[in-house]
Design a binder for this molecule. Structure first.
Ligand code: HEC
Length: 145
């Protein structure tokens, strides 16, 4: 190949546009060539731009829901509300906080007879997924009247 990556192009009106404008799908001229952007190419370009915007190994919310259903809900419920006095409320908690606690249980830095065992069964991806589920729950707070 050896060609420089396409940064900008000219539309048929002669105006230089950034490559993102390719998604307009209009007829364009680049140097002296005239190209029509096919819908298929448009989709590929859109997907490529979208992928480059997402962090690698993004959390999977559906997998998080499944893990919560299979393991966590017995004690934390699907909404993250602890079912007993000594079970933490985790619904609507900051993701970063939840990830830290689960990682600490897993490493032994934080210990609890139940959570240490449960966290040891989770992979890093499980933690990413299940904390996505619980942190995305919308919880509201009201001060005492
Ligand atoms: C058998 C009951 C039980 C199950 C099942 C369970 N937990 Fe827990 N969880 C607890 C209890 C009890 C605590 C409070 C532990 C403590 O005091 O350190 C806790 C604490 C936590 C904390 C720390 C909360 C905080 O505010 O520091 C997180 C995060 C957590 N659980 C996530 C999970 C996730 C995710 C799952 C499913 C993969 C899960 N738990 C499954 C009982 C359970």
């Amino acid at each position: 190949m050896g060609r420089r990556p396409l940064r900008s192009f000219f539309l048929s009106d002669g105006v230089r546009r950034p490559v993102g404008a390719l998604l307009d799908g209009k007829v364009m001229t680049r140097r002296r060539h005239v190209t029509t952007i096919e819908p298929q190419l448009k989709r590929i370009l859109a997907a490529a731009l979208l992928c480059s915007a997402l962090p690698a190994g993004a959390a999977d919310l559906e997998a998080g829901r499944a893990k919560a259903e299979a393991v966590c809900q017995t004690c934390h419920g699907m909404n993250g509300r602890g079912i007993a006095a000594m079970v933490a409320n985790i619904g609507g908690q900051q993701k970063q906080y939840l990830v830290k606690q689960l990682s600490d249980y897993r490493s032994g830095r934080r210990q609890h007879e139940q959570m240490s065992i449960i966290a040891a069964m989770l992979t890093e991806q499980d933690i990413d997924n299940v904390t996505d589920w619980y942190s995305r729950i919308v919880a509201t707070f009201e001060i005492p009247q």
